[in-house]
Design a protein around this ligand. Structure first.
Ligand SMILES: Nc1nc2c(ncn2[C@@H]2O[C@H](COP(=O)(O)OP(=O)(O)OP(=O)(O)O)[C@@H](O)[C@H]2O)c(=O)[nH]1
Ligand SMILES: [Mg+2]
Length: 435
């Protein structure tokens, strides 16, 4: 995977801008650059104002190896942001021996030269994708390493465990259980607990990244679609006085106080003989299952109490909303937020309730937010459980060691201690060119 090519790409977005940055990185970077710059030389990490051929007046900066992002010698050209200038500058570099960088190749090089581990490289992609403060916070904490640190600790514990067990293996001929089994058990239990704890943070981490899933649930005609539209400030879903209007789930993204929510309007729940409506109701149930927050909508005060009384204890946050309060027919009930999706009354209070339903404190903890990492940690969990039961049932130590190595392998796949071209291709292919 490691190549000695000198690569070049435009690092700034497509199109016209005040300034554009073209990056050149690899062993020939400085040599190529100096053939086109009016400056005789470039001082490391100093901005040098000079001419690039007859093309443009630019600022060039040299980052010598190994203290650059990629670890290779790198020159960055800040030119005027005309698409013509950017393209012509890039083409000059390509004509002079550089190769066009592939998507994510700069960050791939940073990984291969050990400037970033794999989880941090993925955080770079997340950071570029971040569009809310919560997504940004998540990506930065993964990049700066609270998360990588946690994985490193787990890896160290796993290595300790392995060496304890191997000690026992070394002495197995002498027919003694050499390793202190109780120490082994303690270490193992600690590891399993750590791993499980990290896994449980996935729901929140993923919700922060992809939007907190919110299901809007209720009987037909109570105003769920009207509510979705009111929250989004957009005519997203069809509204009509006919019960059973919404047949499919309808989604919309909403950011409140820096947290993004994925709102899902659903088909009204009722007994029905209509096949299509029944399929829609099945989807409503699925939306409920996937939700972190459930907004229950009713339109009569009598429905509030029975609903509030039998709220399921399913780990989800439930909010009861009594809609159509503009009709003035309802006496105020406790246990529900009174709103009118039609006039917008109470919508701000509902938004507040949504934000409060997300435990913001836990945002400062290390959160798992990457599906690939979650899959790996599930495999670690499986392997550790196998170790546990192997030790309990007196399976030969060398077989237990196989499961331990399995756990090490999957943990290492997260940070990239073990990786394959396929994994790397998958991860870095998602980047834009120039990163
Ligand atoms: N007066 C009043 N009418 C409302 C309010 N919200 C919704 N409605 C009306 O109630 C009717 C049903 O609204 P919808 O939003 O389609 O209801 P729904 O819950 O999505 O219904 P289904 O999709 O059939 O399950 C429409 O005629 C809306 O205009 C409200 O706050 N006040
Ligand atoms: Mg509807």
């Amino acid at each position: 995977m490691r190549s000695n090519d000198t690569i070049a790409a435009i690092a700034t977005p497509h199109g016209k801008g005040g300034v554009a940055v073209v990056r050149l990185s690899g062993p020939q970077a400085l040599a190529i650059a100096l053939r086109h710059l009016s400056a005789g030389t470039l001082e490391p990490r100093h901005a040098t104002y000079c001419r690039f051929d007859e093309l443009d007046d630019i600022v060039a900066t040299l980052y010598p190896a190994p203290h650059s992002y990629t670890g290779d010698e790198t020159v960055e050209f800040s030119c005027h942001g005309s698409p013509y200038v950017q393209q012509a500058l890039l083409q000059t570099l390509l004509d002079d021996g550089a190769r066009l960088a592939e998507a994510g190749e700069y960050t791939l090089r940073a990984f291969l030269s050990h400037h970033l581990d794999l989880s941090q490289a993925e955080a770079v992609a997340d950071l570029i994708d971040a569009s809310t403060p919560a997504q940004h916070r998540l990506a930065i904490s993964q990049l700066r390493g609270g998360y990588a640190q946690r994985l490193k600790e787990m890896r160290q514990q796993l290595l300790d465990l392995t060496s304890l067990l191997e000690l026992e293996l070394d002495f197995s001929q002498e027919d003694v259980e050499f390793a202190d089994r109780s120490q082994l058990h303690t270490l193992l239990e600690q590891l399993i607990a750590q791993n499980d704890r990290l896994l449980t943070t996935f729901a929140l981490g993923n919700a922060m990244k992809e939007g907190v899933p919110v299901a809007i649930i209720g009987s037909p005609n109570v105003g769920k679609s009207t509510l979705l539209n009111a929250l989004l400030g957009d005519d997203r879903a069809i509204v009509s006085p006919v019960p059973g209007t919404t047949r499919d789930t309808v989604e919309g993204m909403l950011t409140i106080e820096g947290v993004s929510f994925r709102l899902v309007d659903t088909a009204g729940l009722r007994e029905t003989d209509d096949t299509v409506e029944r399929l829609g109701i099945e989807r409503s149930r699925r939306a409920y299952d996937d939700a972190m927050v459930v907004v229950h909508v009713v339109d009569t005060p009598q429905d509030v109490e029975p609903l509030a009384a039998q709220m399921p204890q399913d780990g989800k946050r439930h909010i009861v909303v009594q809609n159509k309060c503009d009709l003035g027919t309802d006496s105020p009930t406790t246990g529900a937020l009174h709103i009118s999706a039609l006039t917008g009354e109470g919508i701000d209070r509902l938004k507040q309730a949504l934000v409060e339903a997300v435990d913001q404190r836990s945002l400062d903890e290390v959160l798992l937010c990457n599906v690939r990492h979650r899959d790996a940690l599930l495999r670690v969990q499986e392997a550790l459980r196998a170790v546990e039961s192997g030790l309990e049932s007196g399976v030969p130590t060398d077989l237990v060691a196989v499961d331990l190595r399995d756990a090490l392998y999957h943990l290492g796949s997260i940070t990239g201690e073990v990786s394959s071209d396929e994994i790397l291709g998958n991860i870095f292919g998602r980047f834009c060119i120039g990163k």
